[in-house]
Design a protein around this ligand. Structure first.
Ligand code: SF4
Length: 214
């Protein structure tokens, strides 16, 4: 297990991230809390780009739970069949829409527990929605954040929940809100899986990874 970086190093890392991009943004297109929730649920094991392509027209006609029910499962499938696991995801989106209409007046709830009680919504999806829509400093750990956190020493943990905890415990509070996007974008575009781009990395001198690329 790599060593967790100390406070001063982490503060410097996030100061650099902030200087490079003060307001990092997620890459999933949405127009309201509901379409964000659907987009995140559809993005499991799919790329944001692929999800955006599928939802571009979908969200023009189904941007509320009731409109999604009106569209129906087959209508939804026609839009999302380019996305992996689309049949299962379509079933969950329809069940979710019914619950939102019946139990939440068509609104998206804003607690982690209520979000996680919805079909197809796990902790990661709930945390993304809390962070991006309600600007609550929830930390959704995906494969990019898990890899970057452990390699660099920014957030060390043996599983995603441990890394989530490490982010909450070690990253100064003024960086917590945007930590998710800074880390995901760094992991997605610089600290990439096979061959990290260490020569172009703005925290190369602070990162603990022993096998940095030249
Ligand atoms: S120096 Fe390399 S391993 Fe470390 S964070 Fe940057 S890209 Fe990742």
């Amino acid at each position: 297990m790599p060593k967790q970086l100390d406070y001063h190093t982490i503060r410097e890392i996030f100061t650099r991230f902030q200087t490079a991009e003060a307001e990092p943004k997620g890459e999933l297109d949405h127009v309201n809390a509901y379409t964000l929730l659907v987009a995140v649920a559809l993005s499991a094991q799919a790329t944001d780009k692929g999800v955006n392509k599928a939802t571009r027209d979908l969200f023009k006609i189904a941007d509320t739970p009731q409109k999604m029910l009106d569209l129906g499962e087959e209508g939804l499938i026609a839009h999302i069949k380019t996305i992996g696991l689309y049949r299962n995801k379509a079933k969950n989106v329809m069940k979710m829409a019914k619950i939102l209409v019946d139990d939440y007046d068509g609104e998206v709830p804003n607690s982690r527990a209520a979000l996680q009680s919805l079909p197809g919504v796990g902790r990661k999806t709930a945390n993304v929605v809390l962070n991006m829509w309600w600007r609550y400093p929830a930390q959704a750990v995906d494969t990019h954040i898990f890899r970057f956190g452990n390699r660099s020493g920014v957030a060390v943990g043996k599983d995603v929940v441990a890394v989530e905890r490490a982010i909450e415990d070690n990253i100064p509070v003024n960086f917590q809100l945007h930590a998710h996007h800074w880390m995901i974008l760094h992991g997605r575009y610089t600290c990439v899986s096979r061959k990290p781009k260490c020569n172009a990395c703005l925290i190369r001198d602070l990162c603990h990874y022993e096998e940095k690329t030249p």
